[in-house]
Design a protein around this ligand. Structure first.
Ligand code: HEC
Ligand code: HEC
Length: 483
């Protein structure tokens, strides 16, 4: 195929993809043939059509499809419901049919992704009313109570800048892996055990001891799993990628099963949930959803402010450092590359990964093509400074005296109950309520609720004059989402 016919060919595919789904909702009266259709998804994206580095145009088309899918109110005609599957991440059969198909506790609990993620705009955070009852749900799948013995209640966090967050985590995981293999290699060479401090992008993850035998002692690691993979998603910091989370969420909230996990390749069954619909979400549909989320603009720091607010915010910024807040809520982390490979390199069974798909089949989304990219500041090494106010690390956040945030009864993925990942504070001005359960209505309340590793910092905040506390709040309220 020559270059021109390739362009025509890809344009035709994009138009086919685009038309089919772009007109699925938001339907104007002109789409008379679709206007009364009960399906939210008119046609599926074929992942084979989205490999290689995407042009800006193709990127935009796929983003538009992803946005439609994120906003789509899925229906039974799309395959909504999972009569015989639980909300569990690993495909798990129910023991018996649920009494009601929809349930606020074990799900289905919403019609669209955007039912919860909508503050201040689609892709955003959620009100308390949109909380989710998170349970890995292997044995206790059919819980019908909000009793915290059965699930952990979590408030919806926003997805702005999520692509940058995943890219940071991938680079950090790569660094840590290299540090481990270097340590093992030099222990072998010298015949002596070696202790290394694991650190990437200025964040320390404790220590590792490598022995000459090749055995690695991980007992001194801090804030990360022994696989050294930084898992930047969920407030617990236990999910690796947007792709993995998207496949989880589609099943949990909507009973829409992605082929890549629930299809016949993994489960031996095209209709694992036994609702009469096969292959409800294609690999390409998941890619579109991932790309839309990954391409969302990062929140920014508002500077166009009345003078009194600006000067309070400047004082608050300095206070934020002095109090030690920025030790965890690091104002920015440096990122080498804006190229987002999808499927990604770190996912395991049940989520499509680049290894599984074959590298020549991978898609590459160059986020530098997004309008927001040029506003990212760079450091003197040309790295993009991602202003997330986080460290992508887990910390103990409750102690015996200050235990408000130690309110969960179930550990998740072997992470202790009082341990959470540092919340990224970018966008915090518009994402109330606060805390992982969303039960704190003001910033001072959630700051006061910090215990454990943040206890000293929180005590320092409490001892401030009221006016200095107010300065910190003035600063935090400049961290905004501008859709
Ligand atoms: C019923 C409300 C609800 C619906 C519907 C919902 N989410 Fe979420 N979402 C949440 C909550 C709550 C969290 C935080 C979970 C946690 O911390 O354990 C979350 C977290 C996420 C995250 C991780 C973000 C981060 O920074 O940690 C992603 C990605 C995500 N959702 C994507 C989706 C997608 C895609 C859909 C639709 C397929 C969806 N969500 C539907 C409530 C919802
Ligand atoms: C030891 C690390 C650490 C330090 C130090 C720290 N925080 Fe946090 N912060 C966290 C963690 C972890 C959370 C998530 C808590 C939760 O919801 O479980 C959090 C949550 C928050 C939230 C709520 C975010 C949301 O979306 O609900 C705010 C606001 C906040 N911190 C501000 C501060 C301020 C201001 C300081 C300094 C006085 C500070 N933090 C010091 C780790 C830290």
């Amino acid at each position: 195929m020559n270059a021109r016919s390739f362009i025509l060919f890809t344009t035709a595919i994009v138009m086919m993809l685009g038309n089919a789904i772009l007109h699925a909702d938001d339907s104007s009266l002109a789409d008379t043939n679709m206007a009364w259709d009960s399906k939210a998804i008119q046609s599926h994206v074929d992942i084979a059509d989205i490999k290689g580095t995407l042009s800006k145009r193709k990127l935009d088309d796929l983003i538009a499809i992803g946005r439609k899918l994120f906003k789509a109110s899925f229906t039974t005609e799309d395959g909504v419901g999972r009569p015989m599957a639980t909300q569990a991440i690993i495909p798990t059969k129910r023991r018996r049919l649920p009494k009601n198909e929809f349930s606020r506790t074990a799900g289905l609990d919403a019609n669209a992704c955007s039912s919860c993620h909508n503050q201040p705009d689609i892709g955003g955070a959620g009100d308390f009313v949109a909380n989710v009852f998170v349970s890995e749900g292997f044995q206790l799948a059919d819980f019908d109570t909000t009793d915290p013995q059965f699930s952990n209640e979590r408030n919806t966090n926003h997805l702005f800048g999520a692509g940058l967050v995943e890219l940071l985590a991938r680079e950090m995981s790569q660094d840590l892996k290299l540090q481990r293999s270097d340590a093992v290699a030099s222990a072998r060479k010298t015949g002596e055990s070696i202790t290394v401090t694991l650190e990437t992008k200025g964040v320390s993850f404790g220590k590792l001891i490598a022995h000459p035998t090749g055995i690695v002692d991980t007992r001194l690691l801090a804030g990360i799993d022994t696989d050294l993979i930084v898992k930047p998603f969920t407030q617990k910091g236990v999910i690796t990628s947007l792709r993995q989370f998207t496949v989880n969420a589609l099943n949990h909230h909507h009973g829409m099963q992605a082929e890549e996990r629930f299809g016949s390749r993994w489960t031996g069954d095209d209709d694992f949930d036994e609702d009469g619909y096969n292959n409800e979400i294609s690999d390409g549909d998941v890619s579109a959803l991932v790309l839309w989320q990954a391409s969302l603009a990062p929140p920014t720091i508002k500077t166009d402010l009345p003078e009194a607010w600006q000067s309070a915010a400047s004082r608050g910024r300095a206070e934020f450092d002095q109090l030690g807040c920025s030790a965890c809520h690091m104002p920015n982390l440096p990122l080498e590359s804006l190229v987002f490979a999808d499927p990604g390199p770190l996912d395991l069974a049940g989520t499509l990964s680049s290894g599984e798909l074959g590298i020549d089949q991978n898609a590459f989304y160059d986020l530098a093509l997004m309008d927001w990219a040029e506003q990212l500041e760079k450091d003197d090494q040309g790295r993009y400074l991602v202003p997330l106010f986080g460290d992508l690390k887990r910390h103990v956040i409750a102690d015996t005296q200050v235990d408000r945030l130690g309110n969960e009864l179930l550990s998740q993925r072997f992470v202790e109950r009082n341990v959470f990942m540092t919340s990224e504070l970018w966008g915090i001005a518009q994402t109330n309520p606060y805390g992982h359960r969303g039960d704190l209505t003001t910033l001072p309340e959630v700051i006061e609720a910090h215990g454990g590793d943040a206890r000293e910092s929180r005590d320092a905040w409490l001892s401030l004059e009221k006016s200095a506390q107010s300065d910190v709040v003035a600063y935090l309220k400049t961290l905004v989402i501008e859709p």
